[in-house]
Design a protein around this ligand. Structure first.
Ligand code: ADP
Length: 504
């Protein structure tokens, strides 16, 4: 996860998952051992009440009677009617451990009819069987209580689920007593309390959904919050060089932090622009100021060279001086031009011209260069007119730079070719040589100012230059709405491709 958005999303999901589990753990931990206090009290009071009713009724006569249909002993209705209002499960257990009375909540069942369970219970067989099983489960609790009052939770089959119960044994005297061994009251716990297993199960079951939802929400939220950062990045990326330093990062007022970031970046841009401007101004002024003394210097040296009485040793020195002065003039011209282009003060003078005329002029210069350096130079001139909107002197400068580089970096016996072809909207020129080539690692830098592959040789005179030629070529091509690129293989040669739009 290397994006802030990803990290925020993961962090958010982890925080949520931890919260969920801590919450579940807290519920488990804080669960009191007696969560059913009120229910237990109610069940106890009900059981006591029923037991008392039975015992008091017994004072005045038998509380059991024989059910005519089944022949079983059941609690007499005169007794059970007295606690009809109890709205919980009630089971009275006989001496043999079998239910003599049973009632379900809101469905009191008396011992009238075929069996003690049929009145008020569900009509369907399944429901009846389920209820009978609940009563049996509850009745069994009496014998298990060993004549001690007891409360607890028991699992009943079917819909009631967990039942909270209270057992009230009825201690028999020396005689069989009322014939009742105990009373059980019970009520479903329903969702009142969740056991540890259910809590954990609930958390585990819901966790994937909650996590997926939270990850999606977190991802969207982080995306929305970070969208202005993306905008800032795009805007800063658009500031590619010194010429776009006038741009400012806009917007991003959404949060205080981003507003601060924006204003900090803008202040930095202002400072950068100022120092760039003063640097450009300095370069432009310095090169401009150098032009006049250099011109004076050159004409002085040229005059001295032509002096008839100058001795050969002095002439030699003067010639070397002239070469250096010329090189310096070239450098100052290039510097001045680049400084002007940076300031936007180097407008193009576009005119529609037949590129064949220009290529013809270049071919003439090329033949002179070829002769001097023993390199075969060929220029392909299209047979049909090829008109395009160009600044003639700049384009000439572009090709002369490329051509002189090609000749300069091609050993004797090699060849240089200028090609030209038209595509739909552009004219593509190529300058190919069979020279020393450029290493792949150096190709990305060749259009940078003052970049030279072999700095050590620049002053030796073997391949003189200052490293500004290609930077100027790039500016000229781009100022025409075109582009320039280079392909090269070390030791095999180089091809520069210039693409210029035909224009209207
Ligand atoms: P320079 O004045 O040094 O020729 P350029 O800007 O014209 O400056 O070129 C920059 C560098 O690119 C050169 O120093 C040279 O290393 C490399 N280069 C340019 N053209 C060629 C070429 N045709 N073959 C090999 N290397 C070249």
């Amino acid at each position: 996860m290397r994006t802030i958005r990803g990290r925020l999303t993961v962090g958010y999901a982890i925080a949520l998952a931890t919260t969920m589990f801590v919450f579940a753990a807290a519920i488990l931990f804080l669960q009191t051992p007696e969560p059913f206090g009120d229910i237990d009290d109610r069940l106890r009071v009900e059981a006591e009440l029923i037991a008392n009713i039975i015992l008091e009724s017994w004072e005045s006569g038998p509380v059991l009677e024989t059910e005519s249909a089944s022949g079983r002993e059941v609690l007499a209705p005169r007794v059970s009617n007295l606690f009809q209002s109890v709205d919980d499960y009630v089971v009275a257990v006989g001496l043999r451990g079998d239910p003599i009375f049973a009632a379900a909540p809101r469905a009191p069942v008396s011992g009238v009819g075929d069996t003690i369970f049929t009145v008020g219970v569900p009509q369907d067989r399944e429901g009846q069987a389920e209820l009978a099983s609940v009563f049996e489960t509850l009745a069994a609790l009496v014998s298990r209580s060993e004549d001690q009052p007891a409360s607890g939770t028991v699992r009943a089959v079917g819909s009631p689920g967990n039942l909270r119960y209270f057992v009230r044994p009825i201690i028999r005297g020396p005689d069989p007593g009322p014939g009742v061994s105990g009373i059980v009251t019970a009520t479903p716990t329903g969702g009142l309390a969740l056991g540890p297993g259910r809590i954990l199960g609930g958390v585990l079951l819901s966790a994937p959904f909650i996590l997926v939802a939270s990850i999606s929400i977190g991802y969207l939220l982080a995306g929305r919050i970070l969208a202005p950062v993306d905008e800032i990045i795009d805007e800063i990326e658009a500031i590619t060089d010194g010429r776009s330093l006038h741009r400012r990062v806009a917007g991003a007022e959404s949060t205080e932090e981003l507003a601060r970031l924006t204003s900090t970046l803008n202040n930095m841009l202002i400072r950068l622009e100022r120092s760039f401007l003063s640097l450009r101004r300095f370069t432009a002024d310095a090169s401009h100021e150098l032009k006049t003394p250099l011109t004076v210097l050159r004409s002085g040296v040229e005059r001295a060279i032509t002096h008839p009485q100058a001795p050969p040793s002095v002439l030699e020195v003067l010639e070397e001086t002239l070469i250096e002065v010329n090189r310096m003039t070239e450098l100052v011209d290039s510097l001045l031009m680049l400084a002007r282009t940076d300031e936007g003060r180097a407008p193009l003078h576009l005119e529609r011209a037949d590129i064949r005329d220009l290529l013809g002029e270049i071919a003439e210069t090329a033949s002179i260069l070829a002769e001097q350096s023993s390199v075969d130079v060929s220029v392909e001139i299209p047979t049909r007119p090829m008109k395009m909107a160009i600044d003639r002197s700049r384009i000439r400068q572009l090709f002369m730079n490329l051509l002189s580089n090609a000749v300069k970096y091609t050993p004797r016996g090699g060849s240089v070719a200028i090609g030209c072809r038209k595509t739909d909207r552009d004219v593509v020129f190529t300058v190919t040589d069979t020279g020393i080539g450029i290493a792949a690692g150096e190709l990305p830098y060749i259009f940078d100012r003052f970049w030279r592959a072999d700095v050590a040789r620049s002053r030796t005179g073997q391949r003189p230059g200052v490293g500004l030629g290609l930077a100027i070529c790039k500016w000229i091509a781009e100022a025409h709405g075109g582009s320039i690129s280079a392909k090269s293989k070390r030791g095999k040669g180089t091809t520069f491709t210039v693409t210029l739009p035909v224009g209207d």
